[in-house]
Design a protein around this ligand. Structure first.
Ligand code: PEP
Ligand code: CO
Length: 464
């Protein structure tokens, strides 16, 4: 039986697993709710609500990720570090979609292969924190853990974890999904009209000319094909868009974990593609336990402290049958660490012949604080980690099949450098993130162009 057959015809659920078996394991990063009865009532309410995605969409994405593993697609995964309830509005959602569509156009054009588009949205509302509490002026309160858990204001009521926020997060996620689906169904992603994706505030971008040249070349190619065939090329007006979030708050994820007719096993129907964050990736922890039993494709963040042996045990726990499309490893080492830390992991996975999709997150290992008190990332470090990652995979004989980014379609100044060479002084102008600094439109587009250039270099014969 091939692995694909096996996924259609199950043998059994993973031994000892149920949607709640994570409760017997140490659960990092999950808040203490003051009223367990209220938490249970909220879970019951969530269980009765409709799912946000469907099993067939999840399985279609899994197939696309399997193709990315074979080098036939490239994964673009991006969005905010954390969504906020206040920014669940049409402008923020459509601007983010525009940036991702423009980036994917650059990638499709330059890499000559289809792109798997996955947003960090419609559920990215819970955040891991390095400290459980925060002290200001002698007052200690629980840390802010994302809008799904509590509110950022520093007062006792705002910071107390409130389970009702899960219901609100579910509703906001549904609204976001609904709007994204409607935009795409209505032709927003139509390649005949890339002008729909222009962002109003972008005027004289240093990258605009190169991007416009690409758009014109694609327009010419589309018209040429339509002239040849004598009809409109219809499948250009639809693209697939999938959702992902860090599945951190397990009481929420559990309530959205469902069985569906004509499929075996359990699906997390809150998102297509959940991932495990670096702080919750312990082999014997609650998150790995929960993830091992769901049928979604899953991602796991790999930081510089993970050893080859730990990684192989995680791969075994999360994908014991080596099923295609099931497991994505998102490495986030930092520009200074990647050359030392990544190759042993690549070699170990290759030596064991395990099937994974390798993705680079060049953001989370490159966070630093500026002298004027901002959490930022230098574009040069982000670029450097990504470029090194391509080279290290090429040297190891493995394939970097995607990128995971924090970005926004808003005109923010949160990361330093890039085409406009943003400085520490610029951060004061438009720093809006309540958590991690995001790439703005130009910086994001520059990353897409850089991926294309890098892949082009690697594909060119030596000495050319
Ligand atoms: C994140 O993706 O926002 C995040 C917290 O990442 P990591 O788990 O890799 O630190
Ligand atoms: Co982040």
């Amino acid at each position: 039986m091939t692995p694909t057959d096996r996924s259609l015809h199950p043998v059994h659920l993973p031994e000892g697993w149920s949607p709640s078996s994570w409760r017997a394991r140490p659960a990092a990063q999950i808040p203490e709710y003051p009223d367990p009865a209220e938490l249970a009532a909220v879970q019951a309410e969530l269980r009765a609500l409709p799912p946000l995605v469907t099993s067939w969409e999840i399985l279609a994405l899994r197939q696309q990720l399997a193709e990315a593993q074979d080098g036939r697609r490239f994964l673009l995964q991006g969005g905010d570090c954390a969504e906020s309830f206040a920014e669940c509005n049409s402008e923020v959602i459509s601007n983010r979609l525009k940036v991702l569509l423009q980036m994917s156009l650059v990638l499709v054009h330059g890499l000559r292969k289809p792109v798997v588009r996955v947003g960090r949205f419609a559920g990215q509302y819970a955040k891991p924190r390095s400290a459980d509490a925060e002290t200001i002026g002698g007052v200690t309160l629980p840390s802010y853990r994302g809008d799904m858990v509590n509110a950022p204001e520093f007062d006792p009521a705002a910071r107390t974890p409130d389970p009702r926020r899960m219901v609100k997060a579910h509703a906001r996620s549904a609204m976001t999904m609904n709007f994204v689906r409607a935009l795409i169904d209505g032709g927003f992603a139509d390649l005949h009209h890339p002008e729909y994706w222009d962002l109003g505030w972008v005027r004289h971008s240093p990258l605009a000319e190169e991007y416009q040249r690409m758009v014109a070349a694609i327009g010419d190619a589309v018209r040429f094909m339509e002239t040849l065939s004598g009809s409109e090329v219809h499948n250009l007006n639809r693209v697939d868009f999938y959702t992902s979030h860090e599945a951190l708050l397990l009481p929420y994820e559990e309530a959205l974990t469902r069985q569906v007719p004509r499929q075996w096993g359990w699906f997390n129907l809150s998102t297509h593609f959940p991932w495990i964050g670096m702080r919750t990736a312990a082999l014997d922890g609650a998150h790995v336990e929960y993830f091992r039993g769901i049928r979604n494709p899953v991602g796991i963040k790999i930081g510089p402290s993970v050893t080859p042996d730990q990684l192989l045990r995680l791969v075994e726990a999360l994908n014991p049958d080596d099923e295609p499309g099931r497991l994505t490893l998102i490495h986030r080492m930092g520009a200074a660490n990647v050359a030392a830390k990544l190759p042993p992991l690549l070699q170990a996975v290759k030596r064991e012949g395990r099937r994974v999709l390798w993705v680079c997150d060049p953001m989370h290992g490159n966070t630093e604080a500026t002298a004027n008190g901002y959490k930022t990332r230098r574009f040069d470090n982000i670029r450097s980690e990504l470029e090194q990652a391509f080279d290290l995979h090429a040297a190891a004989g493995t394939r970097l099949g995607g990128v995971h980014l924090e970005l926004t379609g808003e005109d923010v100044t949160e990361c330093l450098g890039g085409a406009r060479e943003l400085t520490e002084r610029d951060l004061e102008r438009a720093y809006r993130s309540s958590v991690d600094p995001r790439l703005n439109y130009e910086q994001a587009l520059e990353i897409a162009m850089l991926i294309v250039r890098k892949q082009g270099q690697l594909a060119a014969p030596a000495g050319a």
